[in-house]
Design a protein. Structure first.
Length: 382
């Protein structure tokens, strides 16, 4: 039995690739890596509350240490600006991880993922979905509630996919809109099995034959069965072009500070994804077991009813789209602006390793390159 290796992946900004050629290149790289899978794997994205408190505290400490009046004035002005941003927004921090059951060298696995995703990848332990002890409660609906002293801990509900149409997906829908809902949640893409080429062809041909037998005995039109046959034939074509066939299941964990809000958020997630895949809300013991999809626990050990769906590597690649939505990242460095397509500040520390810094600024003449560079220099001095 292969050992599990867990990795943490730094999300990138997909808007840097927001052209037809850019997203095609992303899909090709992702699917090329997915074709190499021989054992189970699991991709998880956590969206957790975040604040600018660390940045504000750092500025306060610096203000207490400086003697120069002008520098002190700038530091206090920066602090007031960040306090204003902090009070007017509800930021989230995104973290992505990949678990791979493999006997390969972890550094080689990380290097392969870093090359495919073009983002830093490092072996590391995954964060827990929640802290402390939780218990299952049935009323007013099935959910996980903090046991003992709540201490501000949220309530959780878990949703599991049971049918979807991955052929209609892309890097911008349906998963990225879930991340833009801007409340705490976690998403798991469980790849429980990857077929070898011959087994994949046999499996798809068996599905086609079963639907054809069904249609032969049907008295009326069955458009869903006709579409399933078309999807299977398309998948066969992609497998003959080099793709692998994977069995996939999605699990979404949603959090809220009160049950009314939790119910609203669960319904929002269900409605947002309805056109792409169906979700069931886990109940009873299955609710507790489903937490395992956000850990490095084998699918068979989680032991929930199998509702996997076959997808090819190109289809599975777009399910990794949360990698392109980084949200609020580290606050070390200087505020450079606001992320494109999102509402969170972007920081970058040009002097983090104390070496000489070289940057290239590109822009139309008269749009403020020199002024912006001078302001950044002042901020760097502070």
């Amino acid at each position: 039995m292969s050992n599990v290796r867990t990795f943490l992946i730094e999300p990138f900004d997909i808007m840097l690739h927001a052209t037809e050629e850019g997203v095609q290149s992303l899909q090709a790289r992702f699917s090329t890596w997915l074709r190499t899978l021989r054992e189970p794997a699991r991709f998880v994205c956590w969206q957790m509350p975040a604040t600018l408190n660390d940045k504000i505290s750092s500025l306060s400490r610096k203000a207490q240490e400086v003697d120069d009046a002008q520098r002190l004035s700038l530091l206090m002005e920066y602090r007031r600006h960040f306090e204003s941003l902090n009070d007017s927004a509800e930021y989230q921090r995104a973290l992505c991880g990949m678990a791979v059951w493999s006997d390969q060298n972890p550094r080689a696995l990380a290097g392969g993922m870093a090359s495919a995703f073009e983002s830093p990848v490092a072996e590391g332990a995954w964060p827990s979905l929640f802290e402390g002890r939780y218990e299952i409660r049935e009323t007013p609906f099935w959910h996980l509630a903090p046991a003992g002293r709540p201490g501000g801990r949220p309530y959780w509900s878990i949703l599991t996919s049971y049918e979807f149409a991955p052929a209609t997906w892309n890097f911008f829908r349906p998963l990225p809109p879930l991340l833009r809902l801007n409340f705490p949640l976690a998403l798991s893409v469980d790849i429980s099995k990857t077929y070898d080429r011959n087994a994949a062809i046999d499996a798809l041909e068996g599905i086609i034959q079963a639907y054809q037998v069904h249609l032969a005995g049907a008295s009326g039109e069955d458009s869903r069965s006709v579409q399933r046959i078309a999807d299977c034939r398309k998948a066969l074509q992609e497998i003959n072009n080099g793709d692998a066939l994977h069995m996939v299941q999605l699990t979404i964990a949603v959090a809220a500070d009160d049950l009314n809000t939790l119910k609203e958020r669960v319904q929002t997630v269900v409605n947002e994804t309805r056109a792409w895949f169906s979700l069931r809300q886990e109940v009873g013991e299955l609710l507790a077991r489903s937490v395992g999809f956000f850990t490095a626990k084998r699918t068979k050990d989680i032991n929930v009813p199998t509702t996997t769906w076959p997808v090819t590597s190109r289809e599975l690649a777009v399910m990794l789209s949360p990698l392109g939505y980084r949200k609020l990242s580290a606050t070390d460095g200087i505020l450079r602006g606001e992320a494109v397509g999102a509402s969170y500040p972007v920081f970058h520390n040009s002097w983090r390793d104390k070496r000489a810094t070289h940057e290239v600024w590109v822009g139309v003449s008269g749009f403020g390159k020199n002024v912006r560079a001078e302001l950044l220099s002042d901020a760097g001095i502070c």
